[in-house]
Design a protein around this ligand. Structure first.
Ligand SMILES: [Zn+2]
Ligand SMILES: [Zn+2]
Length: 250
């Protein structure tokens, strides 16, 4: 059987490290921000709607570019069936697994924690019982499955909320001071993931950190093309850390 390192290897050809937070780069989601603003517009709106219940940290494994291979796989793993779906689910599970082995400790330290005791996923907007992201984090990935809990469900009003961030989009099972690692596949506006964070904190989570497989960017939109061009100058390396400078091993 192929190892996680082998299964994840081909992704190094097309994953793109997000730019570090700073002028022009949102300090929450690492997407493009207007000069002079610490966050992008969507992260600003989420902060205004959810306050301290937004996640304590957000880390994208990679950018996911419209029309690119990674965006293609992040779509395929949940919108196809049969062997093709298994292939992409297995590959993306290896990406998550490899990333967490190397950097979950860095994320915990950034949140001032020694680790995360609970892992959960943002529910599918389609509300399917067999969401492949849940299968990934709760079944395939050995470093998350023993801590996995199926905590969140969309509320009856979720569909009427559209893309607006809201503390009432999801309901969570009760948590007594848990430190939660919340996993999502694609971040477009971040409103679903941040609404999920708010529900977890309302249910008693002490802290919530989000790992997102792909920070989706439409390169045909506004200043995004220049942002992506700059990000692509840096070669992808699994050991490169999004949370502390330099490279490191597990
Ligand atoms: Zn942002
Ligand atoms: Zn790291």
């Amino acid at each position: 059987m192929a190892t996680v390192v082998e299964l994840a290897a081909r992704y190094a050809n097309f994953l793109v490290h997000p730019l570090p937070a700073g002028p022009g780069v949102c300090q929450v989601c690492r997407g493009p921000a207007k000069d002079g603003y610490p966050t992008c517009w969507n992260c600003h709106l989420a902060g205004a709607a959810l306050g301290a219940r937004v996640a304590d940290a957000v880390v994208p494994v990679s950018l996911s570019l419209k029309g690119g291979q990674y965006a293609h796989e992040l779509w395929r793993y949940k919108n196809t069936t049969g062997p093709q779906q298994r292939y992409f689910l297995t590959g993306l599970a290896a990406v998550l697994w490899r990333f967490l082995v190397l950097h979950e400790g860095c994320l915990a330290r950034r949140c001032g924690l020694s680790g995360f005791d609970t892992v959960t996923t943002v529910p599918s907007t389609k509300g399917r019982a067999d969401h492949p992201l849940r299968e990934m984090a709760g079944g395939v990935v050995a470093v998350t499955r023993d801590r996995y809990r199926d905590l969140l469900t969309p509320t009856p009003e979720a569909s009427a909320l559209g893309r607006v961030p809201s503390p009432t989009r999801y309901a969570s099972s009760a948590l007594w001071g848990a430190n939660v690692l919340l996993i999502d596949d694609t971040w477009v506006t971040g409103n679903h993931a941040q609404s999920a964070s708010a529900a977890l904190k309302a249910a008693g989570a002490k802290s919530v950190a989000i790992v997102v497989l792909g920070r989706y960017l439409n390169t045909g939109y506004g200043t995004t093309a220049a942002h992506v061009e700059q990000a692509r100058l840096r070669r992808f390396s699994w050991e490169s850390c999004a949370m502390r400078l330099g490279h490191h091993g597990p």
